[in-house]
Design a protein around this ligand. Structure first.
Ligand code: RIB
Ligand code: CA
Length: 329
């Protein structure tokens, strides 16, 4: 990425503890021009994940990045959340200021479409929540497909799931939306559980976070503590996987993941398998590959990218951030 102009990115997310780190990395890394943060119901209801996105951007001093709210339910009308992992607020255990940033007056799809129309070069869409907003954009504005460089999404897996035995949460939450994205013909990079379960936040990550010092780093560490306790209780994992920033890291440093091209489909009808991503790693179906699928993570590089982003934002003048007294739990 050295020397190249920053990649224009719209980040669609459902914050969400790991989404928070995705926002920070996308905002801090010089290789990304973060055009907007949009929200979608997922880890929590739309109002909560949107409030969280505004609080995260406020805490990080991201006053010039539009935040727009999108879909409050899946294309089939369903609504699923993940309170066992993220808590009732969808970002429990995280002390953040009340928003000092206004929510965009238009919805996520309208804001994203406008940015694509105006973009001097095709825009990368990064998605770290259910794909409802992305699918709605593709269905309502097929004319904008040429303005989309690629879609990089955290979701799916080549094997087991985490929301059901075979379905990963983001895909499970809106399989019809995932199907639209997978059939879009656009360049896709899938960062599924295969690779994100290698992004485990062990004790050294907490130590490096706390060594940064300051409120933002402490907020991140406390957030990760809550998230880690949830993963230990629900899944028995000794360290939590920080899923979403893997998708962002793959944009700024493609070498952080090893990928293979493969056909990826999503099961829509199976009684036990709905929401499962079916990845043909060995070409047995004869289907044409429609995605790059990330399988391996360069852990050292990944954590350097994530922690450097917190360091970068924490080093910005405190005037960029609201006084502590406006903070809320
Ligand atoms: O399965 C993990 C994904 O679901 C992550 O994006 C997490 O934030 C939730 O959205
Ligand atoms: Ca997410």
């Amino acid at each position: 990425m050295e020397g190249q102009s920053p990649v224009p990115v719209v980040l669609d997310c459902d914050p969400g503890h790991d989404d928070m780190f995705a926002i920070l990395l996308a905002a801090a890394h010089p290789g990304i021009d973060l055009l907007a943060v949009t929200t979608v119901a997922g880890n929590g209801p739309l109002d909560k994940v949107t409030h969280n996105a505004l609080r995260i951007c406020t805490a990080a001093g991201l006053h010039d990045i539009p935040v727009a709210a999108g879909a409050d339910r899946a294309l089939d009308g369903g609504q699923d959340t993940a309170p066992r992992i993220h808590g009732d607020s969808a970002l429990d255990g995280t002390e953040l200021p009340e928003p000092a940033i206004p929510l965009a007056g238009d919805d996520a799809v309208t804001v994203t479409a406008r940015l694509l129309e105006a973009a001097a070069r095709p825009v990368t869409i990064a998605a770290t929540g259910p794909l409802t907003n992305v699918a709605t954009l593709l269905r309502s504005r097929p004319d904008l497909a040429p303005k989309i460089e690629r879609i990089v999404f955290m979701g799916g897996s080549t094997g087991r799931g985490n929301r059901t035995p075979l379905a990963e949460f983001n895909i499970w939450a809106d399989p019809e939306a995932a199907d639209i994205v997978l059939r879009s013909g656009l360049p896709l990079l899938m960062c599924g559980l295969d690779v994100t379960h290698q992004a485990l936040a062990g004790p050294e990550v907490f130590a490096r976070l706390r060594a940064i010092g300051g409120e933002l780093a402490e907020t991140c560490a406390a957030s990760l503590e809550f998230y880690g306790n949830a993963y230990r209780e629900v899944y028995g994992m000794p360290a939590p996987p920080l899923h979403d920033p893997v998708a962002i890291a793959a944009i700024v440093a493609p070498e952080v993941v090893r990928c293979v091209a493969a056909p990826v489909a999503v099961e829509l009808a199976g009684e036990h398998t709905r929401g499962a991503t079916v990845v043909d790693l060995h070409g047995v179906t004869g289907a044409r590959p429609n995605a790059q699928v990330a399988l391996e993570l360069d852990r050292a590089l990944f954590w350097d990218l994530v922690l450097d982003s917190v360091q970068t934002l924490a080093a910005r003048p405190s005037a960029d951030r609201p006084p502590a007294e406006r903070r809320s739990g």
